[in-house]
Design a protein around this ligand. Structure first.
Ligand SMILES: C[S@@+](CC[C@H](N)C(=O)[O-])C[C@H]1O[C@@H](n2cnc3c(N)ncnc32)[C@H](O)[C@@H]1O
Length: 315
């Protein structure tokens, strides 16, 4: 812009363009404005005259989002939104959750690796969103999972991951290890400080029943299942996906209440109708871990989480 085109507030001819009275249309004096300044004024005028239209559009979009969100909530496809977190609200717990990925040979399909990668990502994302942080570690990270993560989740490099197996990694704390598995009758009562809870990082549609149970026993590691049967009845066997198990632990740490944790995390379609209350799990069908359905619902979950996280970063 040339110096003659700069509006000079002292000569009274052209007030600053950001003030409403600055409009050359309103001014008694002929306006001395550069082309760019005029364009800017026009843009500003157009912007202010469209304000109510924009407000309406925003309102409508919000209302539509609300309806969509309520429908997803009702179907149990997403979790209720939690309040925005401040750093000072975060509690770092001295409880470790390990995702043991030592099962590459038992997962022939690429899609199972993609599924596992997505599930682990969801664990990290749930931990990040929670005010109660658990120490989350991936062990036995092998070549195929690494390749999948490189392609699908490049930010995995920020995670805590090890190529060594969990047992060697925590050999000095063996008595603190608890392998979580649906195949033992023993139920976990609480999450103990200083302990290390291991989740089998495998997507097997329950092809390998009792796999983690046997492997843990071979190593003399304690085993426990989640106390689901005490609080609710499922339509099928109580084998959950890796992320659901982690999210339950995370929610339990937040609320100190298993029932709330199960209700918030386990998809409603897995609950027996009219029964979400205490019952032993003996009557559970020996069904499959329905990861395909989970994946489908996860698509919604992903976009919701992304939208939510994006919204938070904008703020
Ligand atoms: C998809 S399951 C794998 C099932 C596999 N057949 C096995 O032998 O564990 C993924 C992991 O989630 C954990 N898990 C699933 N359901 C559980 C439950 N009801 N109680 C405790 N852990 C569970 C176990 O660590 C399991 O290895």
């Amino acid at each position: 812009m040339s110096s003659s085109a700069v509006p000079n507030p002292d000569d009274g001819a052209v007030p600053p363009p950001s003030l409403p009275s600055a409009s050359p249309v309103d001014s008694a004096e002929p306006a001395v404005l550069s082309k760019n300044a005029k364009k800017r004024l026009l843009r500003e005028e157009r912007w202010s005259s469209n304000a109510s239209e924009r407000r309406e559009k925003r309102k409508q979009k919000k209302a539509e989002q609300k309806v969509r969100r309520r429908a997803l909530l009702e179907q149990g496809l997403i979790q209720p939104q939690r309040k925005k977190m401040r750093k000072s609200d975060i509690v770092n717990h001295n409880i470790t959750v390990v995702i043991d990925c030592d099962f590459e040979d038992l997962m022939p399909l690429n899609k199972d690796f993609k599924s596992l990668a997505r599930q682990i990502e969801r664990c990290y994302s749930a931990n990040r969103r929670s005010e109660h942080h658990l120490k989350l570690v991936v062990t036995s990270l092998g070549d195929r999972l690494t390749r999948t993560l490189e392609q699908k989740v490049p930010r995995y490099k920020q995670w805590d991951f090890q190529s060594t197996d969990y047992f060697s990694h925590y050999s000095a704390q063996k008595e603190k290890l608890v392998y979580l598995t649906a195949d033992t009758p023993d139920e976990i009562q609480t999450l103990e400080d200083d302990h290390i809870y291991v989740i089998g990082g495998i997507v097997d549609k329950n092809r390998y029943k009792g796999l983690t149970y046997r492997r843990a026993l071979e190593k003399g590691v304690k085993v426990a299942q989640l106390p689901i049967g005490q609080h609710m009845k499922l339509t099928q066997r109580k084998v959950l996906t890796v992320n659901h198990v982690f999210e339950i632990l995370s929610r339990f740490i937040e609320t100190n209440d298993w029932k709330t944790a199960f209700t918030d995390v386990i998809p409603k379609r897995k609950l027996k109708s009219n029964d979400s209350s205490a019952q032993s799990g003996d009557g559970d069908e020996d069904g499959e871990e329905d990861e395909d359905e989970d994946e489908e619902s996860d698509e919604h979950h992903d976009s919701e989480v992304e939208a939510h996280e994006e919204e938070n970063t904008k703020r």
